[in-house]
Design a protein around this ligand. Structure first.
Ligand code: PHE
Length: 356
């Protein structure tokens, strides 16, 4: 019996994997195993022999079973150790950085413009990009036969044959929001409306979709002088330096008198610098709101007057951030966006500083 024990204890110790161990279990204590067969022989023994051999065999069987169990556990531990060697993970390593998106220069500039005008007491209004031709034209004193309608390269929505409703257009400017805001809030009113506008035009400085911000201030004694101060204040805050402006007499059907406004700039090696030099760049249209436009907005022109302006936002972004080609703004080229875009936490505020 001692031989039997020594043999199996040795074999179990040597077993290199669970399959070998299982074979040994069957061989020793399985139904037809060596020790099980020995136990069967007990029946043929005399009671005296059985009293001696019985407990001995049981002890042997227990010993073998616990040796098997211990070895099984040891094999499992060894397997786990082996796996851990290969699958070891250094949780102190720095994480893999994910590419962050950027804020488009147009969005950034809209935020900057909004922050400056909010500081000047203007609130933000919005209107639909698909407009009726009444809001886009008629209410702004541009009647059906007016050449300005043709000049604007308007996109008209499709009308099915026999549909005689007046046409809808993609708004050609943000000026229709003037009318909507006057209708809604009456006078006095001080608003800006940033948004998308559309004209059928495409070259280095024109895209069929672009952005404007409209301004409107109506009160009892608002004059052209107030317009000039507000715009100079705006440009100086926006460009972070004093910017001279030049008002040129112009014509818009919805303002009288009307002025186009240029800002002072200088060209150095094909780059434009705002606020220096003797050149001028046109950036907006403006004027005193036409009495007919006030009327269309439900405001009595005998009691109220005020100014309006429309600035090209994309143009402002190009000037401030030195971006040469307008078309690239809307190509969604990731390289362009990473280069000209802004970090998402770079929120422009007047107290925190606008982007530079
Ligand atoms: N709506 C004009 C344009 O798109 C700009 C403008 C706005 C002019 C308000 C005067 C007053 O060109």
């Amino acid at each position: 019996m001692d031989d039997l024990r020594d043999k199996y204890i040795a074999l179990i110790a040597e077993a290199g994997n669970e399959a070998t161990l299982e074979e040994l279990r069957v061989q020793a204590v399985g139904k037809k195993g060596e020790i099980s067969l020995k136990m069967r022989e007990l029946g043929k023994m005399t009671p005296e022999e059985r009293q001696v051999m019985g407990p001995k065999l049981n002890t042997l069987k227990d010993e073998i079973n616990s040796a098997l169990a211990m070895k099984k556990e040891a094999l499992a531990d060894a397997a786990l150790d082996e796996r851990l060697k290969g699958e070891w993970l250094d949780v102190t390593l720095p994480g893999r950085a994910r590419r962050e998106g950027t804020i488009h220069p147009v969005s950034q500039v809209m935020e900057e413009v909004t922050a400056i005008f909010a500081d000047l007491g203007f609130s933000v209004a919005e209107g639909p990009q698909i407009e009726t031709d009444w809001y886009n034209f008629d209410a702004l004193n541009i009647p059906g036969h007016h050449p300005a309608r043709a000049e604007m390269d308007t996109f008209y929505t499709h009308r099915a044959e026999g549909d005689n409703r007046p046409p809808h257009v993609l708004r050609t400017h943000t000026s229709p929001v003037q009318i909507r805001s006057m209708e809604k809030h009456g006078a006095p009113i001080r608003i800006i409306c940033p948004g998308r506008v559309y004209r059928a035009d495409y070259d280095q400085t024109h895209t069929p979709m672009f952005h404007q911000v409209e301004g409107l201030a109506i009160g009892k004694d608002i004059s052209m002088a107030n317009l000039k101060w507000v715009l100079e204040e705006f440009f100086s805050a926006f460009f972070g330096t004093h910017v001279d402006t030049r008002f040129r007499a112009s014509h818009f059907p919805f303002t009288e008198p009307s002025a186009e406004v240029d800002i002072q700039c200088e060209w150095v090696d094909g780059q434009v610098k705002v606020g220096e030099g003797n050149d001028w760049l046109e950036v907006l249209g403006s004027g005193m709101v036409h009495p007919k436009v006030l009327e269309a907005g439900g405001i009595d022109p005998n009691e109220y007057q005020g100014f309006a302006f429309g600035i090209g936002i994309d143009r402002l972004a190009m000037l401030k951030y030195g971006i040469p080609d307008l078309r690239a703004f809307f190509d969604s080229d990731l390289r362009w966006l990473r280069h000209y875009g802004f970090a998402s936490l770079d929120q422009p505020t007047l107290h925190g500083g606008l982007s530079r």
